[in-house]
Design a protein around this ligand. Structure first.
Ligand SMILES: NC(=O)c1ccc[n+]([C@@H]2O[C@H](COP(=O)([O-])OP(=O)(O)OC[C@H]3O[C@@H](n4cnc5c(N)ncnc54)[C@H](OP(=O)(O)O)[C@@H]3O)[C@@H](O)[C@H]2O)c1
Length: 360
Protein backbone atom coordinates (compact mmCIF):
# COMPACT_ATOMS: atom_id res chain seq x y z
CA UNK A 1 0.00 0.00 0.00
CA UNK A 2 1.33 3.42 -0.92
CA UNK A 3 0.46 6.75 0.57
CA UNK A 4 1.30 10.28 -0.39
CA UNK A 5 0.94 13.50 1.48
CA UNK A 6 1.04 17.14 0.54
CA UNK A 7 4.13 18.96 1.68
CA UNK A 8 2.09 20.81 4.30
CA UNK A 9 0.78 17.54 5.70
CA UNK A 10 4.28 16.13 5.73
CA UNK A 11 5.47 19.09 7.73
CA UNK A 12 2.61 18.58 10.15
CA UNK A 13 3.14 14.87 10.57
CA UNK A 14 6.92 14.72 10.55
CA UNK A 15 7.56 12.30 7.71
CA UNK A 16 10.40 10.56 9.45
CA UNK A 17 8.05 9.43 12.20
CA UNK A 18 5.61 7.70 9.90
CA UNK A 19 5.62 4.02 9.26
CA UNK A 20 7.95 2.64 6.57
CA UNK A 21 6.73 0.36 3.92
CA UNK A 22 6.89 1.54 0.35
CA UNK A 23 8.03 4.72 -1.26
CA UNK A 24 5.54 6.26 -3.60
CA UNK A 25 6.05 7.97 -6.89
CA UNK A 26 4.49 11.36 -7.37
CA UNK A 27 1.42 11.35 -9.57
CA UNK A 28 1.89 14.10 -12.15
CA UNK A 29 -1.38 15.85 -11.38
CA UNK A 30 -0.36 16.33 -7.78
CA UNK A 31 2.57 18.60 -8.30
CA UNK A 32 2.61 19.45 -4.61
CA UNK A 33 2.52 15.86 -3.40
CA UNK A 34 5.66 14.55 -1.77
CA UNK A 35 6.66 10.96 -1.33
CA UNK A 36 7.14 9.39 2.04
CA UNK A 37 8.37 6.04 3.22
CA UNK A 38 5.54 4.31 5.01
CA UNK A 39 6.47 2.07 7.93
CA UNK A 40 4.67 -0.87 9.52
CA UNK A 41 1.73 -1.21 7.18
CA UNK A 42 0.16 -3.89 9.37
CA UNK A 43 -0.02 -1.72 12.47
CA UNK A 44 -3.37 -0.42 13.68
CA UNK A 45 -2.82 3.20 12.84
CA UNK A 46 -1.83 2.32 9.30
CA UNK A 47 -5.07 0.42 8.90
CA UNK A 48 -6.90 3.42 10.28
CA UNK A 49 -5.26 5.81 7.86
CA UNK A 50 -6.05 3.48 5.01
CA UNK A 51 -9.75 3.39 5.70
CA UNK A 52 -10.33 7.12 5.45
CA UNK A 53 -10.96 9.08 2.29
CA UNK A 54 -10.62 12.83 2.52
CA UNK A 55 -10.20 15.21 -0.36
CA UNK A 56 -10.33 14.40 -4.04
CA UNK A 57 -7.77 11.95 -5.42
CA UNK A 58 -6.41 12.59 -8.91
CA UNK A 59 -8.26 11.04 -11.81
CA UNK A 60 -7.01 7.46 -12.39
CA UNK A 61 -5.73 8.39 -15.82
CA UNK A 62 -3.28 10.69 -14.08
CA UNK A 63 -1.77 8.08 -11.80
CA UNK A 64 -1.20 5.07 -14.01
CA UNK A 65 2.14 4.49 -12.35
CA UNK A 66 1.09 1.26 -10.71
CA UNK A 67 -0.10 3.18 -7.68
CA UNK A 68 -3.23 2.51 -5.72
CA UNK A 69 -5.55 5.49 -5.11
CA UNK A 70 -3.96 7.75 -2.56
CA UNK A 71 -6.14 8.37 0.48
CA UNK A 72 -5.13 11.66 2.07
CA UNK A 73 -4.81 11.56 5.82
CA UNK A 74 -7.93 11.88 7.96
CA UNK A 75 -9.00 15.45 8.51
CA UNK A 76 -8.07 15.75 12.18
CA UNK A 77 -4.45 15.15 11.32
CA UNK A 78 -4.52 17.80 8.66
CA UNK A 79 -2.68 21.03 9.06
CA UNK A 80 -4.50 23.68 11.01
CA UNK A 81 -6.96 21.53 12.94
CA UNK A 82 -5.27 22.25 16.28
CA UNK A 83 -6.11 25.88 15.81
CA UNK A 84 -9.63 25.15 17.02
CA UNK A 85 -8.55 24.09 20.52
CA UNK A 86 -7.55 27.10 22.63
CA UNK A 87 -4.22 27.02 24.41
CA UNK A 88 -3.78 28.53 27.85
CA UNK A 89 -0.48 29.90 29.12
CA UNK A 90 0.73 28.40 32.40
CA UNK A 91 2.56 30.40 35.07
CA UNK A 92 5.89 28.99 33.82
CA UNK A 93 5.25 30.35 30.31
CA UNK A 94 4.41 27.01 28.69
CA UNK A 95 1.15 26.43 26.84
CA UNK A 96 -1.50 23.79 27.40
CA UNK A 97 -4.45 22.84 25.15
CA UNK A 98 -7.56 23.69 27.16
CA UNK A 99 -9.36 20.52 26.05
CA UNK A 100 -7.81 17.07 26.09
CA UNK A 101 -8.59 13.41 26.55
CA UNK A 102 -8.36 11.60 29.91
CA UNK A 103 -7.78 7.87 30.14
CA UNK A 104 -8.81 6.99 33.71
CA UNK A 105 -10.60 3.62 33.55
CA UNK A 106 -9.69 3.07 29.92
CA UNK A 107 -8.66 -0.59 30.09
CA UNK A 108 -4.95 -1.06 29.35
CA UNK A 109 -5.70 -3.45 26.50
CA UNK A 110 -7.97 -0.87 24.90
CA UNK A 111 -5.82 2.20 25.48
CA UNK A 112 -3.74 2.21 22.30
CA UNK A 113 -6.88 2.05 20.18
CA UNK A 114 -8.73 4.65 22.26
CA UNK A 115 -5.85 7.14 22.33
CA UNK A 116 -5.07 6.61 18.67
CA UNK A 117 -8.72 7.34 17.89
CA UNK A 118 -8.64 10.42 20.09
CA UNK A 119 -5.57 11.69 18.24
CA UNK A 120 -7.26 10.91 14.94
CA UNK A 121 -10.34 12.86 15.99
CA UNK A 122 -8.16 15.85 16.84
CA UNK A 123 -7.19 15.70 20.52
CA UNK A 124 -3.57 16.63 21.21
CA UNK A 125 -3.58 16.64 25.02
CA UNK A 126 -3.65 13.28 26.85
CA UNK A 127 -4.01 12.91 30.62
CA UNK A 128 -2.86 9.61 32.13
CA UNK A 129 -1.30 8.48 35.41
CA UNK A 130 0.99 5.72 36.62
CA UNK A 131 -1.86 4.24 38.67
CA UNK A 132 -4.13 3.92 35.61
CA UNK A 133 -1.87 1.13 34.35
CA UNK A 134 -2.25 2.28 30.77
CA UNK A 135 0.81 4.47 30.11
CA UNK A 136 2.17 1.81 27.70
CA UNK A 137 -0.97 2.08 25.58
CA UNK A 138 -0.69 5.86 25.54
CA UNK A 139 2.96 5.57 24.46
CA UNK A 140 2.13 3.06 21.75
CA UNK A 141 -0.62 5.29 20.35
CA UNK A 142 1.63 8.35 20.35
CA UNK A 143 4.36 6.45 18.52
CA UNK A 144 1.87 5.01 16.06
CA UNK A 145 0.23 8.35 15.35
CA UNK A 146 3.32 9.85 13.73
CA UNK A 147 2.28 13.20 15.20
CA UNK A 148 5.18 15.48 16.01
CA UNK A 149 6.10 15.41 19.69
CA UNK A 150 5.96 19.19 19.84
CA UNK A 151 2.29 19.07 18.80
CA UNK A 152 1.33 16.88 21.75
CA UNK A 153 0.78 17.65 25.42
CA UNK A 154 1.21 14.60 27.66
CA UNK A 155 0.50 14.53 31.39
CA UNK A 156 1.18 11.74 33.85
CA UNK A 157 1.15 11.56 37.64
CA UNK A 158 3.21 10.38 40.58
CA UNK A 159 1.32 7.78 42.62
CA UNK A 160 0.86 8.00 46.38
CA UNK A 161 3.26 5.19 47.31
CA UNK A 162 6.18 6.88 45.51
CA UNK A 163 6.52 10.09 47.55
CA UNK A 164 9.39 8.99 49.82
CA UNK A 165 13.13 9.39 49.34
CA UNK A 166 14.16 9.25 45.71
CA UNK A 167 11.14 7.18 44.68
CA UNK A 168 9.75 10.07 42.57
CA UNK A 169 12.85 9.91 40.36
CA UNK A 170 12.39 6.18 39.81
CA UNK A 171 8.68 6.73 39.16
CA UNK A 172 9.16 9.34 36.45
CA UNK A 173 11.83 7.17 34.79
CA UNK A 174 9.36 4.28 34.66
CA UNK A 175 6.56 6.48 33.32
CA UNK A 176 8.77 7.96 30.60
CA UNK A 177 9.88 4.48 29.60
CA UNK A 178 6.27 3.29 29.30
CA UNK A 179 5.23 6.44 27.44
CA UNK A 180 8.32 6.16 25.18
CA UNK A 181 9.08 9.81 25.85
CA UNK A 182 12.14 11.75 26.98
CA UNK A 183 10.00 14.33 28.80
CA UNK A 184 6.37 14.75 29.81
CA UNK A 185 4.73 18.11 29.34
CA UNK A 186 3.21 18.01 32.81
CA UNK A 187 3.95 15.83 35.84
CA UNK A 188 1.60 15.95 38.81
CA UNK A 189 1.64 14.78 42.42
CA UNK A 190 -1.55 12.72 42.20
CA UNK A 191 -2.85 13.17 45.79
CA UNK A 192 -1.33 14.97 48.79
CA UNK A 193 -2.02 12.00 51.15
CA UNK A 194 -1.70 14.38 54.12
CA UNK A 195 -1.83 11.57 56.68
CA UNK A 196 1.69 10.58 55.54
CA UNK A 197 2.79 14.21 55.85
CA UNK A 198 5.25 13.83 52.99
CA UNK A 199 3.75 15.94 50.23
CA UNK A 200 6.20 18.82 50.66
CA UNK A 201 9.06 16.35 50.11
CA UNK A 202 7.23 14.96 47.04
CA UNK A 203 6.91 18.52 45.71
CA UNK A 204 10.63 19.16 46.24
CA UNK A 205 11.34 16.03 44.18
CA UNK A 206 9.01 17.30 41.45
CA UNK A 207 11.09 20.49 41.29
CA UNK A 208 14.24 18.37 40.83
CA UNK A 209 12.48 16.35 38.12
CA UNK A 210 11.54 19.55 36.31
CA UNK A 211 15.07 20.93 36.69
CA UNK A 212 16.46 17.67 35.27
CA UNK A 213 14.34 18.24 32.15
CA UNK A 214 12.17 15.16 32.65
CA UNK A 215 8.98 17.20 33.00
CA UNK A 216 8.51 20.53 31.27
CA UNK A 217 5.92 21.75 33.77
CA UNK A 218 5.04 20.43 37.21
CA UNK A 219 1.87 20.64 39.20
CA UNK A 220 -0.30 18.93 41.76
CA UNK A 221 -3.63 17.19 41.90
CA UNK A 222 -6.31 17.01 44.58
CA UNK A 223 -4.46 19.62 46.65
CA UNK A 224 -6.69 21.84 48.78
CA UNK A 225 -5.74 25.33 49.93
CA UNK A 226 -3.79 24.26 53.07
CA UNK A 227 -1.72 21.80 50.99
CA UNK A 228 -1.10 24.42 48.30
CA UNK A 229 -0.11 27.11 50.76
CA UNK A 230 2.30 24.77 52.49
CA UNK A 231 4.15 23.56 49.39
CA UNK A 232 4.50 27.11 48.11
CA UNK A 233 5.68 28.56 51.41
CA UNK A 234 8.14 25.72 52.10
CA UNK A 235 9.69 25.48 48.62
CA UNK A 236 9.03 28.89 47.04
CA UNK A 237 7.77 27.14 43.89
CA UNK A 238 4.13 27.53 42.83
CA UNK A 239 2.64 24.62 40.89
CA UNK A 240 1.61 25.32 37.30
CA UNK A 241 -1.71 23.54 37.77
CA UNK A 242 -3.92 21.93 40.36
CA UNK A 243 -6.04 19.10 38.94
CA UNK A 244 -9.12 18.71 41.12
CA UNK A 245 -12.53 17.11 40.98
CA UNK A 246 -14.69 19.83 39.51
CA UNK A 247 -18.09 19.77 37.82
CA UNK A 248 -21.36 21.65 38.30
CA UNK A 249 -22.29 19.75 41.49
CA UNK A 250 -18.87 20.27 43.07
CA UNK A 251 -17.22 23.54 42.05
CA UNK A 252 -14.50 23.82 44.71
CA UNK A 253 -14.69 27.63 44.93
CA UNK A 254 -12.19 27.91 47.76
CA UNK A 255 -9.50 26.21 45.66
CA UNK A 256 -10.41 27.99 42.43
CA UNK A 257 -10.38 31.40 44.15
CA UNK A 258 -6.93 30.65 45.61
CA UNK A 259 -5.73 29.42 42.21
CA UNK A 260 -6.93 32.54 40.39
CA UNK A 261 -5.20 34.75 42.96
CA UNK A 262 -1.99 32.70 42.76
CA UNK A 263 -1.78 32.21 38.98
CA UNK A 264 -2.37 28.45 39.12
CA UNK A 265 -4.39 26.90 36.29
CA UNK A 266 -7.25 24.65 37.31
CA UNK A 267 -7.71 21.32 35.60
CA UNK A 268 -11.18 19.90 36.21
CA UNK A 269 -11.19 16.13 36.57
CA UNK A 270 -14.48 14.31 36.30
CA UNK A 271 -15.75 17.25 34.24
CA UNK A 272 -18.89 15.28 33.39
CA UNK A 273 -19.30 14.11 36.97
CA UNK A 274 -18.13 10.63 35.92
CA UNK A 275 -21.75 9.85 35.07
CA UNK A 276 -22.38 9.33 38.80
CA UNK A 277 -25.36 11.67 39.10
CA UNK A 278 -27.96 12.96 36.69
CA UNK A 279 -25.95 15.94 35.52
CA UNK A 280 -27.32 15.79 32.00
CA UNK A 281 -30.94 15.78 33.18
CA UNK A 282 -30.47 18.80 35.46
CA UNK A 283 -32.68 21.69 34.31
CA UNK A 284 -29.93 24.34 33.81
CA UNK A 285 -27.80 21.95 31.76
CA UNK A 286 -30.69 20.63 29.70
CA UNK A 287 -31.96 24.17 29.03
CA UNK A 288 -28.53 25.43 27.94
CA UNK A 289 -28.07 22.43 25.66
CA UNK A 290 -31.51 22.91 24.09
CA UNK A 291 -30.93 26.62 23.53
CA UNK A 292 -27.78 25.95 21.49
CA UNK A 293 -28.83 22.72 19.76
CA UNK A 294 -26.06 20.88 21.62
CA UNK A 295 -25.99 17.83 23.90
CA UNK A 296 -25.98 18.23 27.69
CA UNK A 297 -22.38 16.95 27.77
CA UNK A 298 -21.38 19.67 25.33
CA UNK A 299 -23.15 22.33 27.41
CA UNK A 300 -21.28 21.19 30.54
CA UNK A 301 -17.93 21.16 28.74
CA UNK A 302 -18.65 24.63 27.38
CA UNK A 303 -19.38 25.83 30.93
CA UNK A 304 -15.96 24.55 32.02
CA UNK A 305 -14.19 26.21 29.09
CA UNK A 306 -15.90 29.56 29.63
CA UNK A 307 -14.99 29.40 33.34
CA UNK A 308 -11.35 29.02 32.24
CA UNK A 309 -10.90 25.42 33.42
CA UNK A 310 -8.85 22.84 31.54
CA UNK A 311 -10.82 19.64 30.81
CA UNK A 312 -10.10 16.17 29.46
CA UNK A 313 -13.35 14.19 29.38
CA UNK A 314 -12.96 10.45 29.06
CA UNK A 315 -14.89 8.24 26.68
CA UNK A 316 -14.13 4.95 25.00
CA UNK A 317 -16.65 5.68 22.24
CA UNK A 318 -15.58 7.42 19.09
CA UNK A 319 -18.87 9.29 18.64
CA UNK A 320 -18.47 10.77 22.12
CA UNK A 321 -14.83 11.65 21.47
CA UNK A 322 -16.10 13.68 18.54
CA UNK A 323 -19.03 15.12 20.49
CA UNK A 324 -16.80 16.23 23.36
CA UNK A 325 -14.45 18.02 20.98
CA UNK A 326 -17.25 19.78 19.12
CA UNK A 327 -17.66 22.56 21.69
CA UNK A 328 -16.01 25.54 20.07
CA UNK A 329 -18.86 26.90 17.94
CA UNK A 330 -21.18 28.30 20.60
CA UNK A 331 -21.12 30.42 23.76
CA UNK A 332 -23.27 30.03 26.83
CA UNK A 333 -24.88 33.29 27.92
CA UNK A 334 -24.09 34.85 31.30
CA UNK A 335 -27.50 33.69 32.54
CA UNK A 336 -26.88 30.12 31.40
CA UNK A 337 -23.51 30.11 33.15
CA UNK A 338 -25.03 31.55 36.32
CA UNK A 339 -27.76 28.88 36.31
CA UNK A 340 -25.13 26.11 36.11
CA UNK A 341 -23.04 27.91 38.76
CA UNK A 342 -26.03 27.62 41.08
CA UNK A 343 -26.09 23.80 40.84
CA UNK A 344 -23.43 23.26 43.52
CA UNK A 345 -25.18 22.52 46.84
CA UNK A 346 -22.17 24.14 48.51
CA UNK A 347 -21.74 21.54 51.25
CA UNK A 348 -19.45 19.10 49.42
CA UNK A 349 -22.29 16.62 48.92
CA UNK A 350 -21.87 16.83 45.13
CA UNK A 351 -18.43 15.25 45.32
CA UNK A 352 -18.18 11.96 43.39
CA UNK A 353 -14.85 10.83 44.85
CA UNK A 354 -13.18 10.75 48.26
CA UNK A 355 -12.15 13.89 50.14
CA UNK A 356 -8.40 14.43 49.54
CA UNK A 357 -7.70 14.29 53.29
CA UNK A 358 -9.10 10.75 53.30
CA UNK A 359 -6.99 9.37 50.46
CA UNK A 360 -3.85 7.58 51.63
N1 LIG B 1 -6.33 13.53 39.35
C1 LIG B 1 -7.26 12.67 39.69
O1 LIG B 1 -7.33 12.24 40.86
C2 LIG B 1 -8.25 12.22 38.69
C3 LIG B 1 -9.37 11.46 39.09
C4 LIG B 1 -10.27 11.07 38.11
C5 LIG B 1 -10.09 11.43 36.79
N2 LIG B 1 -8.98 12.15 36.42
C6 LIG B 1 -8.72 12.53 35.01
O2 LIG B 1 -9.86 13.22 34.51
C7 LIG B 1 -10.32 12.55 33.33
C8 LIG B 1 -11.80 12.75 33.14
O3 LIG B 1 -12.52 12.38 34.31
P1 LIG B 1 -13.30 10.98 34.45
O4 LIG B 1 -12.85 10.05 33.41
O5 LIG B 1 -13.16 10.54 35.85
O6 LIG B 1 -14.81 11.38 34.28
P2 LIG B 1 -15.68 12.18 33.18
O7 LIG B 1 -14.82 12.54 32.01
O8 LIG B 1 -16.40 13.24 33.92
O9 LIG B 1 -16.77 11.12 32.80
C9 LIG B 1 -16.50 9.96 32.10
C10 LIG B 1 -17.83 9.22 31.97
O10 LIG B 1 -18.71 9.97 31.15
C11 LIG B 1 -19.10 9.21 30.00
N3 LIG B 1 -19.14 10.15 28.87
C12 LIG B 1 -18.10 10.72 28.23
N4 LIG B 1 -18.52 11.56 27.26
C13 LIG B 1 -19.87 11.52 27.30
C14 LIG B 1 -20.88 12.15 26.54
N5 LIG B 1 -20.59 13.01 25.55
N6 LIG B 1 -22.18 11.87 26.83
C15 LIG B 1 -22.50 11.00 27.83
N7 LIG B 1 -21.58 10.38 28.59
C16 LIG B 1 -20.25 10.63 28.32
C17 LIG B 1 -18.06 8.11 29.86
O11 LIG B 1 -18.61 6.94 29.32
P3 LIG B 1 -18.01 6.17 28.02
O12 LIG B 1 -16.53 5.97 28.22
O13 LIG B 1 -18.78 4.88 28.00
O14 LIG B 1 -18.33 7.05 26.85
C18 LIG B 1 -17.64 7.88 31.31
O15 LIG B 1 -18.57 7.00 31.94
C19 LIG B 1 -9.90 11.10 33.60
O16 LIG B 1 -10.00 10.27 32.45
C20 LIG B 1 -8.50 11.30 34.13
O17 LIG B 1 -7.61 11.60 33.09
C21 LIG B 1 -8.07 12.55 37.36
Amino acid sequence: MNFAFTSGELAELGAENLCDHDSVAVPPLWATVSTVPFKGAGRPHCRALRGTQVGVPPHPSEWNLGLLPIPPIPYPLRLGHMASIPQLTLNDGHHIPQLGYGVFRVPPADTERAVFEALEVGYRHIDTAAIYGNEEGVGAAIAASGIRRSDLFITTKLWNNRHDGDAPHAAIAESLDKLRLAQVDLYLVHWPTPAADNYVHAWQKMIEIRDAGLARSIGVSNHLVPHLERIVSETGVTPAVDQIELHPAHQQREVTDWAVASGVAIEAWGPLGQGKYDLFGAAPVAAAARAHGKTPAQAVLRWHLQKGFIVFPKSVRRERLEENLDVFDFDLSDDQIAAIDAMDPGDGSGRVSAHPDEVH
